[in-house]
Design a protein around this ligand. Structure first.
Ligand code: TPP
Ligand code: MG
Length: 594
């Protein structure tokens, strides 16, 4: 190692544990760090147009590689731009280190140009946020930050002034190795007596349902063995979709606000719910009359969504391995079969909605509507077996949840816990940088894309071959839907959009607009085949019904109130629009009798 500055030591340490990329935007206060990266042989600077995008991209990189990813922002606004993306990383539980540069040390506390208090502003979106104010703290503070991000699977922030980064390192050792970090992922199981209690409860139950989440990531085999032994249907939370849904005969879909009927059915009809590695947040969707066993590595999560009869603290794979031998396999598959047939029915209905209008018997109008379900089904069919999908918060998340098929190799990344718009494009950038040869598809909302549209420029510059599919409904559609569901008139949700294809072309992308179902498949195929970044903006039906097929009385009332209000306000056109695009949804996704 060359004679080191603190900045060199930081970069050298990161490279030593395998970090290959640092996402960010440069700035005076970051100069020492960016210069150390410039001169380093194995670590690369990934230049985004906004620090928020850098944090989102680092999050996706960490999600896919399973290892630490790093982003950086200069002092003041460079820090504050990072925040939304870091919240997403923290809540997606991915290990990300943020390097937050600070103003010159001698100016601290004087309300200097760009001065902020990083330890305050990052406190809520990180597990660790410390300032390196003297060379003697290095490399210890950095090591603790790295270990915290990996051990707790979240964000750690180191704050450092430009002048401190330029100081000579006191210690030049780099003791941290990947091997030293790996044991931080432990094997945890509950004690045998608690497992025996769980086995008793399972033996006593006659209709068991499993709700699985992202905690099942490496436990597909064990989860299926549990379902087989208990004859239980498996519902997944959205973050569990990529790990649970594939090769899974017990899968009965998703529950929650954007889930579908079979998920609700399996939940409502069980007498024992097994929550496995999930922090599914929507209390009203839990069963009202069932016992609950919850398994989670984080004991503090147990019982925070619904009351739990037995909590199991442990890693999912290891705990299930310990529990399975204690179970007497059940023989009555009645509950499972009911749930499966309900699922097949719901799936058939959803798949029918993914057909173009003409194939559902609807009379062809002069200009056919493109249903977003149809678009997503085409995307699902044409994407490669190991494609990485990212989906924007808004209706693209709904369509991804319902129409993308996971297979154990494909990946799905969203902002499923933080729920931030504009996540898909920057996450796609991170995915593509981590896996340059994999197909990466960003399912972008027109609102979401516009929010971080500068990142279109990053694609060409970074040679990132991301394929962007814009669900162009000229609205903040999901919010409109939420407004309708509570009986509020749409307000502030219209979008006046540019010609997306021309815009993208001027950013160096291969691009097309599509407004007819007849052109859809060829346009998507051409974009996916293009050897570079590409965008297809698809004019999709605006008022497509995305609410769960199980519409609660409250929600149904809301729609009713909306219609009355709309009529009173002479918004007949909107009503007709809603009716046209949703008629078939309302007919085909009949409210189930639970
Ligand atoms: C940063 C941020 N601002 C606002 C919201 C509230 N919100 C949720 S979905 C949505 C609309 C998204 O619009 P678009 O990207 O066009 O997707 P669409 O639902 O229209 O398909 C909004 C405004 C949010 N989740 N995140
Ligand atoms: Mg939109």
């Amino acid at each position: 190692m060359s004679k080191s500055t603190i900045a060199n030591l930081i970069v050298e340490t990161l490279a030593h544990i395998g970090v290959q990329r640092v996402y960010g935007v440069p700035g005076d206060s970051l100069n020492a760090i960016t210069d150390a990266i410039r001169t380093h042989p194995s670590i690369h600077w990934v230049h985004t147009r906004n620090e928020e995008a850098a944090a989102f991209a680092a999050g996706a990189d960490a999600h896919l590689t399973g290892t630490l990813a790093v982003c950086a922002g200069s002092c003041g606004p460079g820090n504050t731009h990072l925040i939304n993306g870091l919240y997403d990383c923290q809540r997606n539980r991915v290990p990300v280190l943020a390097i937050a540069a600070q103003i010159p040390t001698k100016e601290l506390g004087s309300s200097y140009f760009q001065e902020t208090k990083p330890d305050h502003i990052f406190a809520d979106c990180s597990f660790y946020c410390e300032t390196i104010s003297h060379p003697s703290q290095m490399p210890r503070v950095l090591e603790i930050a790295i270990r915290t991000a990996i051990a707790r699977q979240g964000v750690a922030v180191i704050v450092i002034s430009g002048d401190t980064a330029l100081e000579e390192a006191v210690l030049s050792r780099i003791p941290l190795t990947l091997e030293a970090i790996k044991p931080l992922q432990p094997i945890v199981t509950p004690e045998p007596a608690v497992l025996a209690l769980a086995a008793h409860m399972i033996a006593d139950a006659s209709r068991i349902t499993i709700l699985g989440g992202a905690g099942c990531a490496d436990a597909h085999t064990e989860l299926l063995a549990l379902a087989e032994a208990t004859k239980a249907p498996i519902i997944h939370a959205l973050r569990g979709k990529e790990y649970i849904e594939y090769d899974n005969p017990y899968d009965v879909g998703m529950t929650g606000l954007i889930g579908f009927t079979s998920g609700h059915y399996a939940m409502e009809h069980c007498d024992l719910l097994l929550m496995i590695g999930t922090d599914f947040p929507y209390t009203p969707f839990f069963p009202s009359n069932a016992k609950v066993i919850q398994l989670d590595l984080r004991g503090e999560h147990i019982g925070r969504r619904t009351s739990v009869d037995l909590g199991l603290v442990g890693t999912v794979r290891d705990t299930l391995r310990a529990l399975l031998p204690l179970l007497t396999p059940k023989t009555d598959a009645g509950h499972l079969e009911h749930a499966q047939s309900h699922f097949q029915h719901a799936r058939k209905d959803l798949d029918a909605l993914a057909q173009p209008d003409s194939s559902t018997g609807k009379k062809e109008s002069a200009k056919q509507i493109i249903h977003p379900q149809h678009l997503t089904a085409i995307l699902d069919r044409l994407a490669t077996p190991d494609a990485v999908f990212t989906c924007d918060v808004g209706t693209p998340t709904v369509w991804a949840a319902r129409y993308l098929h996971m297979n154990g190799k494909r990946r799905l990344i969203g902002s499923f816990n933080h729920g931030s718009m504009a996540n898909a494009l920057p996450q796609a950038i991170g995915a593509q940088m981590a896996f340059p040869n994999r197909q990466v598809i960003s399912m972008s909302g027109d609102g979401g894309l516009a929010m971080l549209m500068g990142e279109l420029l990053s694609l060409k510059q970074l040679n990132a071959h991301v394929k962007i599919i814009v669900f162009q409904n000229d609205a903040l559609s999901f919010v409109e839907l939420e407004m309708k569901a509570v009986g509020v008139l749409s307000f502030g949700t219209d979008l006046v959009n540019p010609d997306f294809a021309r815009l993208a072309e001027s950013c160096g992308l291969f691009a097309q607009n599509v407004d007819s179902p007849d052109d859809l498949e060829s346009a998507i195929a051409a974009a996916l085949a293009h050897p570079g970044p590409a965008l297809v903006a698809v004019k999709v039906a605006k008022q497509e019904l995305a609410m769960p097929p199980t519409i609660t009385l409250e929600q149904a009332k809301g729609f009713g109130v909306y219609m009355v209000k709309a009529a009173l306000n002479h918004r007949g056109d909107e009503l007709i629009d809603l009716a046209q695009t949703n008629l078939r949804a309302l007919l085909q996704e009949a409210i189930p009798t639970l």
